[in-house]
Design a protein around this ligand. Structure first.
Ligand SMILES: O=C(O)CCC(=O)C(=O)O
Length: 277
């Protein structure tokens, strides 16, 4: 038994490449976070759209609280051990009745980080189910190597390049149904994707901590900018990002911009087209 995960859940993660659902907070608490997001979007509209849906935890307190939520970190520790850092975060928002989708992909493909044994918690702030476009995972796919990805730049695809693995047997996919306040955990090599939000009224909001990296992980394309999280995170050549004490302090937005430029340089490395997210 780990701090949060049972031995059975840890074994399932190793075998299938994901675990879901895991309770993090109450539904009311999660909806209060969704409300804080809405308030922040109204106050700072350009800071929570496009590229700025990345790394918001570096300049907004409510996203920092989620990134460092003890239940999330305890579950990550159960999988990675006591020493780990956070590379980045992404708000995956699908508006009601939108065509936005995520093609089948493996996170590790363009992140430039080795070894590829890192983990992403995806926290649901609203209902994430078949109707609203939940994530689906291909069990056991993390045990294979990186598959060829085709950059489609599909208009409604929310991945940077619209990168896609072909010939995925969708009949094998497992849908991760989450209530607000629950999370899933997936391995960097697991093939996953999600369909559009068919709901007329509900947003589907997920906050992905992408990803937590065990000590020893190395960035091979861009700068080594990291948020130290637990244990001894010091590594030669790494620079450390600062946590926000208040919302939108200039020092923190500068750090977010620096991290986002680095994100973009890495994720679009060698790409023919660069989009604004
Ligand atoms: O939110 C989604 O639908 C996809 C998210 C995703 O691909 C990820 O967190 O790795």
């Amino acid at each position: 038994m780990g701090k949060v995960l049972s031995q059975q859940q840890i074994s399932a993660y190793n075998k299938e490449g994901f675990i879901s659902p895991i309770d993090v907070m109450s539904e009311d608490e999660a909806l209060a976070y969704a409300q804080r997001l809405q308030t922040a979007e109204a106050k700072y509209p350009s800071h929570l759209t496009g590229v700025n849906r990345n790394n918001g935890h570096l300049c907004f307190k409510f996203l920092d609280e989620l990134a460092y939520h003890p239940r999330v970190l305890d579950a990550v520790e159960d999988l990675l051990g006591p020493h780990f850092s956070l590379w980045g975060s992404v708000l995956f928002i699908k508006e009601p009745n939108s065509n936005h989708f995520v093609s089948w992909h493996q996170d590790a493909t363009y992140m430039g980080i080795t070894p590829r044994h890192f983990v992403t918690p995806w926290i649901a702030l609203t209902h994430s189910d078949r109707h609203t476009g939940c994530m689906s995972m291909i069990p056991g796919s993390h045990l294979n190597d990186i598959q060829p990805h085709k950059d489609t730049y599909g208009e409604d695809n929310i991945l940077t390049r619209g990168q896609e693995v072909s010939n995925v047997d969708a009949d094998q996919a497992v849908d991760l149904i989450l209530k607000p306040g629950q999370m899933s955990l997936h391995h960097a090599m697991t093939i996953h994707g999600s369909k559009p939000n068919l709901s007329q009224h509900q947003h589907r909001i997920g906050f992905a901590l992408q990803s937590f990296m065990p000590k020893g992980s190395q960035q091979n394309i861009g700068q080594n900018y990291w948020s130290p999280v637990r244990g001894d995170c010091t590594q030669k050549g790494h620079s450390y990002l600062t946590r926000p004490q208040t919302d939108m302090d200039t020092n923190n937005t500068n750090e977010r911009d620096k991290a986002n430029q680095n994100f973009s340089d890495i994720l679009y490395h060698g790409a023919k087209i660069k989009r604004d997210y």
